[in-house]
Design a protein around this ligand. Sequence first.
Ligand SMILES: Nc1ncnc2c1ncn2[C@@H]1O[C@H](COP(=O)(O)OP(=O)(O)OP(=O)(O)O)[C@@H](O)[C@H]1O
Ligand SMILES: [Mg+2]
Length: 276
Amino acid sequence: MEKKTVSMSKDFVENNSPKSSKLKLPILGVKKIIAVSSAKGGVGKSTIAVNLAVALKKLNFKIGILDADIYGPSIPQMLGINEKPISEDGKNLTPISKHGMQCMSMGFLVDQDAAMIWRGPMVASAIKTFTSNVLWNNLDYLVIDLPPGTGDALLTFSQEILIDGVVIISTPQEIALLDANRGIKMFQKLNVNIAGIIENMSSFISGDGKEHFIFGKDGAENMSKNLQIDLLGKIPIEIGLREGADNGKPYVEFFEDSKTSKEIIEIAKKIVEKVK
Ligand SMILES: Nc1ncnc2c1ncn2[C@@H]1O[C@H](COP(=O)(O)OP(=O)(O)OP(=O)(O)O)[C@@H](O)[C@H]1O
Ligand SMILES: [Mg+2]
């Protein structure tokens, strides 16, 4: 049969959408689902999702990464993927292999300009279709980069997919914490297991060794205490993390022995425990 690329047009979504179900469903080919979320945009959710996925791979697990951020898919660029996925049957998609992981992004399929004006149910439907049509191969963990906010897409996802643990990313900044708090409340209402909070951009260490608390100090740590949700770890502002994201070379893959990579690997170990 001729191989085709698939475009997630409105018709494709409507024709291939699974029937609505009140049951939370697992994803075929995946043992555990770890979702990465942040109610606020731009706090490093995708960067952390990619590097956590690499960290889990370094712990010898079979890993997939799913970019479900329909409005701002950035995982392909962060992983340096230039090709589009292929479908053998015009319906199911084979993930793209990169850095020893199986990868799939809604950004491969959804026309960005079109998606911006889709209504909530359409977005939700696209995510469902997409999730059930990827041929994941025997994954220990699928790391999902969820869309930011607490909108329709996120709601559908959390209501219909069996997430084993959600990791909340926040900077220590007051305004990010307020949003993170809202996100946590939403997941609690939806009975999604919260694996913990990661404080990203917790500080910056300058060349002279001084630590600068650019976004405030210990904000996420204090919030985790107040809400009794575990702080999984703190990740500093690290130029290599930014460079790796821009260049498609995940930091933990290329600088495994750095202090920050070791911290991220420690966080990955804690998440494994949390979703057991
Ligand atoms: N710890 C960090 N140190 C340095 N740069 C970082 C760090 N975390 C994230 N960044 C950079 O900050 C920017 C935003 O990160 P990222 O795109 O991962 O955030 P996001 O929460 O996924 O954003 P969006 O809401 O747009 O999806 C990127 O340029 C990224 O490289
Ligand atoms: Mg992102």
